[in-house]
Design a protein around this ligand. Structure first.
Ligand SMILES: Nc1ncnc2c1ncn2[C@@H]1O[C@H](COP(=O)(O)OP(=O)(O)OP(=O)(O)O)[C@@H](O)[C@H]1O
Ligand SMILES: [Mg+2]
Length: 195
């Protein structure tokens, strides 16, 4: 970006046209700003146990609250194709189907709450409904789901998951296995983070 100073040890961020704060120049600053924004949403939902219904509106609202101080597209479904996720036209129906599946599991008491949370996490990431922040959103939705239903939460290694680490590699591999219908590795990954 014109006028942006190069800061050592930090990647300059690419597309800033949808970025709300104007002072951010590097990926490190952006990560911190996003984390601060996300922490506010996290506090709202993970301090007091309350059972939220996982409707389409709620799923969008949480993304909005996580990123609304940072990105203009917070809480709105993406309209462009990415190398991950479904085509934009499929997003509303995919999220609607997910919400309906969650309702079905709860009504019929099928699957454990933990297994449901793993499916929800994977379905959100696989659909990739938003332009960015899908991983963090999927993990928070999974947390809100578990917390409101009396369960313990995985202790997500947030920092390692954002950066290129072995943990992230294992996480992505387990997502890819889940894409192929094998949920074992993702279940094991999430379960190991619960203590
Ligand atoms: N090659 C891949 N195959 C399947 N899923 C992937 C792949 N690469 C990334 N993902 C999933 O997509 C998520 C990243 O999507 P996105 O960048 O929208 O989310 P994020 O919150 O910004 O990232 P992160 O999860 O790294 O914090 C990852 O968390 C992972 O779950
Ligand atoms: Mg991202």
């Amino acid at each position: 970006m014109p006028g942006f100073e190069a800061v050592p040890d930090a990647t300059p961020i690419g597309d800033v046209s949808h970025l709300i704060p104007k002072h951010i120049e590097t990926q490190t600053q952006l990560n911190e700003y996003e984390a601060y924004n996300i922490a506010q949403a996290t506090r709202k939902y993970l301090l007091k146990r309350r059972k939220y219904l996982m409707t389409v509106e709620f799923i969008k609202k949480v993304h909005k609250e996580m990123f609304e101080q940072t990105w203009t597209w917070a809480g709105t479904f993406r309209t462009v194709s990415l190398n991950l996720g479904v085509e934009p036209i499929q997003i509303p129906i995919e999220i609607y189907n997910l919400a309906k599946d969650i309702e079905f599991w709860e009504k019929n008491n099928t699957l454990s709450v933990f297994d449901r949370s793993v499916y929800i996490h994977h379905r959100l990431v696989k659909t990739h409904p938003f332009f960015n922040g899908n991983g963090r959103h999927a993990r928070l939705i999974s947390d809100i789901f578990l917390f409101g239903r009396g369960e313990k939460l995985p202790n997500w290694p947030d920092k390692e998951l954002i950066e290129k680490t072995k943990i992230r590699e294992t996480y992505i591999k387990s997502m890819q296995e889940a894409d192929r219908g094998n949920y074992g590795p993702l279940e094991a990954f999430c379960r190991e983070l619960i203590n």
